[in-house]
Each structure stands twice: as C-alpha cells, then as structure tokens.
Design a protein around this ligand. Structure first.
Ligand SMILES: NC(=O)c1ccc[n+]([C@@H]2O[C@H](COP(=O)([O-])OP(=O)(O)OC[C@H]3O[C@@H](n4cnc5c(N)ncnc54)[C@H](OP(=O)(O)O)[C@@H]3O)[C@@H](O)[C@H]2O)c1
Length: 166
C-alpha cells in the first residue's frame, strides 16, 4: 500500500485512481485546499459538488475549476456553517442534486479570528468547524448510505496543540 506524507501531492495520491461515477462533495472549495481537492478529484473522474458561502464566490470557483479540468462535471451549492438553520437548508438542497454521495470532504474552516459567535451563540471557530459540520454530516447520512463505500473526511489541524478547548 502506498504511503503518503505532508509532502505528497494530490497527483501522487490519486495516481492510478479512477473515480468515474463517484459523487464527491467538498465544503469550502472556493479557495485553498478545498479548491485543490475539488480540482484533483475531478481530474480523476469524480463528479464534484463544491460549497461556498456566496453565489459570487462559488460561481468564480466553478469557472476556474471548469477551466482547469475541461469536461469534468462540477456543481455548487450555498452553505453557511455558522448558522444551523442554513446548514439544514443546504443539506436538503444538496440531496435534491445528489441523492447518493460517495465521498464527503468536510474542508471549510476558519482559524484565529477575533471572538465572535455563530447564530446559535457558539464561539465562531468551534461552531463553524465542528458543530456546523457535525450537523451537516448527520443530515447527509441518508445520501451517504446510498453509496456502496461511503467515506467522510474531516480536515483537521495541529492548532489544538496551542491551547485547550476553552
Ligand atoms: N492552510 C493550512 O495551512 C491549514 C492548516 C491546518 C488546517 N487547515 C484546515 O484545512 C481546511 C482548509 O484550509 P484552507 O487554508 O484551504 O482554507 P481557506 O483557503 O481559508 O478556505 C476556507 C474555506 O472555508 C469556507 N468557509 C469559511 N467559513 C465558512 C462558513 N461559516 N460556512 C461555510 N464555509 C465557510 C470559505 O468560504 P468563503 O469562500 O465563502 O470564505 C473557504 O471556501 C480548513 O478546515 C483549515 O482549518 C489548513
């Protein structure tokens, strides 16, 4: 089995993989790691649905992805993780587009922001990165269960080494 580490590229990880027919959802793919994951997975054949917080941003990302991987199937929905009512709306909307989800990559996240709170009053990083994605994933279980080999990937961080959960 191939071994990967922090210096491995997406091309190395996906070498020889054919994801044709697989539906992959990547949260927060308007930039950064999420964008790159969406691009790489589509290049390996997956149908990729990205999420973004605003139509302007996810439309720009969709255009860039389509240019990067011509012929790939991309779609996008709006998702705001810091408001659980919006998480519920987005999860319902996503399942009208994708009744089966093979891979869910929970990538969206914020860090080191000034103290502020979610719609429900949680500290914003905890509420967005953890609570929002937790509800989102629970709500998508019916679509994940339609896959023969579903997988959920949660992006993490070494940030916990700097401070306890306060
Ligand atoms: N980059 C690193 O060195 C590093 C290190 C450790 C962990 N990570 C983790 O890896 C993941 C990706 O990091 P990145 O550096 O690629 O991040 P990034 O470029 O800042 O992108 C973050 C994404 O999350 C979305 N997002 C932010 N708040 C959101 C909310 N309330 N609801 C829904 N979406 C939201 C953003 O959407 P908008 O476009 O709408 O802003 C954006 O698409 C994060 O979970 C991060 O914690 C990254």
């Amino acid at each position: 089995m191939a071994k990967f580490n922090a210096t491995s590229t997406t091309a190395e990880v996906l070498q020889g993989k054919n994801l044709t027919g697989q539906t992959v959802v990547v949260t927060g793919a308007t930039s950064g790691i999420g964008f790159e994951a969406a691009r790489s997975l589509a290049a390996a054949g997956a149908d990729v649905i990205i999420t973004g917080r605003s139509k302007a941003k996810y439309t720009t990302a969709l255009e860039a992805l389509q240019t990067a991987v011509p012929g790939a199937r991309f779609d996008a929905i709006e998702l705001e993780l810091s408001d659980l009512s919006q998480v519920r709306t987005a999860a319902a909307h996503l399942q009208t587009k994708a009744p089966r989800i093979d891979r869910l990559i929970n990538n969206a996240g914020i860090m080191a922001c000034p103290l502020s709170r979610t719609a429900e009053g949680c500290e914003l990083q905890f509420g967005t990165n953890h609570i929002g994605h937790f509800l989102w994933t629970c709500l998508l279980v019916p679509a994940l269960r339609q896959s023969t080999a579903p997988r959920v990937v949660n992006l993490s961080s070494a940030g916990h080494k700097y401070a306890p959960v306060n």
